[in-house]
Design a protein around this ligand. Structure first.
Ligand SMILES: [Zn+2]
Length: 529
């Protein structure tokens, strides 16, 4: 999420989510931190969405919960995807549909939209003109010269803006480390064809539920090889229905069937398209790998992972691949066949764009630190002065004044966790730390019964341990450590249960650390006799 401010008004460009990593157990998604704009919701003129990927639109329902009538500006497909999502959140949005080539005002912001090519159709870059200057935000893009939908990134438009004078350029950094040019989507057709030619039984394809171009390729291959296609999974069925209805996905008549029809069809006549290419445990593919899905994977089935491998998801994905191969499936993925191309511009394309946009100031965005840094290096090589290339992390405030961009401050930009129905809230960092500690070292509860008149325990403390991997001998040592601590503290009598709980926790923590070099989550409970 990027927020632009001019004359006291705000313009938001994209509002996405992050997906949790293995170190963030129990988290559904991670939202941008709205705290710095929370008391200025009425100043927001609009949200501009560059394209329909989750990491650009997934946070919108949570922002609209705070103010329902913020106008959302985007292209047809992007708005269709966000409205379907908002419908699930029971929010009816104010939508403003735009097309590439159009200009429109949002308060003091004069917006122009330019077509960009990406792994989802209908993406746009947005140029923002204000009295402070001209800002160009690419969104996610690449420069595929043979895109399936024939919609090229609008380089003439970029060049025209370059001539006008781009004061600040925010450009996609995802593939800045990758040399050369991202190959065209067309290039993977032979690899997909090879899978279809040689698969002896069912073909199961897993991809992102938004990857319309890739799914188009699979549908085309199915048509060529005389197979029927079924979509599985809520988001896949929903998004592909929308894409087909709006004409972004071309499906030959009679090609789609319900998955239930597979029972009556021959195995070499079917293709199933589902989600789960990132190893997400609840998605169809992971459930197939665990034999928890109605589709039972067997000998001769072919699974095609037609997607990227997002850093951080490797373990989950290989777990799923192992599960599938154990049941006899042949798994084809980007590691063993050319079945994926990236949706992002590589270094060659980025340099090309720098040279035609000729920006005065550059703010590499969308990527991890190493990607931002690589992108910055590219900008500097094309002649942008080093001090005008700002590599900054989330939350940093950049001012554009008299054609010069400068870091001028910082706002809160914490990760806001969504756990089930709970959004953020105090202590979510601590809760997460507890979960990680629990998963590493388990939990121990100490239970004591206190006679408040004497200040003595009425019986020895009890321990309840879960997931703490030691044989029971530890209890003796732990009991002794608590007795010692009590003796040391008992010069005056302790009648306060809370004080006793602290003594329990501290002494056990110290002893565990000394004895085992690891500390479970320790909870002490003292009740009055
Ligand atoms: Zn994207």
């Amino acid at each position: 999420m990027t927020v632009f401010e001019h004359k006291g008004k705000l313009l938001i460009v994209d509002c996405g989510v992050l997906f949790p990593e293995e170190t963030q157990p129990g988290i559904n998604v991670i939202l941008p931190d709205f705290s710095s704009i929370r008391d200025r919701l009425q100043d927001i003129e609009a949200i501009v969405l560059t394209h329909g990927h989750e990491d650009h639109i997934g946070g919108v329902p949570y922002l609209l919960r705070e103010r329902k009538d913020i106008p959302i500006i985007g292209t047809e497909l992007t708005l269709a995807f966000i409205s379907a999502k908002l419908e699930e959140h029971r929010i009816t949005p104010r939508l403003i549909e735009i097309e590439e080539g159009q200009r429109r005002k949002a308060g003091p912001f004069d917006l122009e939209f330019l077509a960009v090519n990406h792994s989802i159709p209908d993406g746009v870059a947005v140029a923002i003109r204000t009295e402070a200057g001209l800002v160009l935000v690419t969104g996610d893009f690449k420069m595929d010269q043979f895109p399936l939908d024939k919609r090229l990134t609008d380089l003439p438009g970029f060049a025209r803006l370059g001539e006008e004078g781009v004061d600040l350029f925010l450009t996609d950094s995802t593939n800045a480390e990758v040399p050369g040019f991202t190959v065209t989507e067309e290039d993977i057709r032979p690899a997909i064809d090879a899978v279809f030619r040689t698969a002896p039984r069912r073909i199961i394809v897993s991809s992102f539920a938004s990857h319309v171009h890739r799914i188009q390729q699979v549908i085309d291959a199915a048509a060529r090889h005389n197979r029927k296609v079924a979509f599985v999974g809520r988001s896949m069925v929903r998004n592909m229905g929308i894409a087909e209805k709006l004409g972004f996905l071309q499906v030959p008549k009679g090609l789609l069937v319900d998955v239930k029809a597979f029972d009556r069809m021959k195995d070499d006549k079917v293709v199933l398209i589902c989600t789960g290419s990132q190893g997400e445990p609840m998605a169809a593919l992971a459930r197939m790998a665990n034999r928890e899905h109605t589709i039972k994977i067997g000998e001769g089935d072919t699974v095609l992972l037609a997607s990227s491998l997002i850093p951080g998801n490797e373990n989950s994905i290989y777990r799923v691949i192992n599960g599938l191969t154990r049941w006899g499936a042949n798994v084809v993925h980007k590691g063993n066949a050319k079945v994926h191309v990236s949706g992002h511009a590589s270094a060659g394309e980025l340099v090309y764009v720098y040279n035609i946009v000729k920006p005065k100031n550059v703010l590499p965005y969308h990527g991890e630190w190493r990607h931002l840094k690589s992108n910055a290096d590219l900008a500097i090589r094309t002649g942008v002065p080093e001090e005008q290339v700002l590599v900054v992390e989330d939350g940093v405030v950049v001012d554009l004044v008299d054609g010069v961009a400068k870091v001028t401050g910082r706002v809160a930009a914490e990760l806001v966790f969504v756990h089930g129905m709970t959004v953020g809230g105090g202590g979510s960092e601590e809760a997460l730390a507890d979960r990680v500690q629990l998963s590493n070292d388990g939990a121990v509860t100490i239970l004591g019964i206190l006679d408040t008149r004497t200040g003595l325990l009425t019986e020895p403390v009890e321990f309840i341990a879960r997931g703490f991997v030691q044989d029971n001998e530890w209890i003796q040592g732990a009991t002794k450590s608590i007795d010692d601590a009590l003796r040391a503290a008992n010069k005056v009598k302790i009648v306060n249960g809370a004080e006793l709980e602290d003594i329990f926790t501290q002494s056990l923590t110290r002893w565990m650390q000394r004895k085992y070099r690891r500390i479970p989550v320790i909870t002490s409970v003292v009740v009055d006799a």
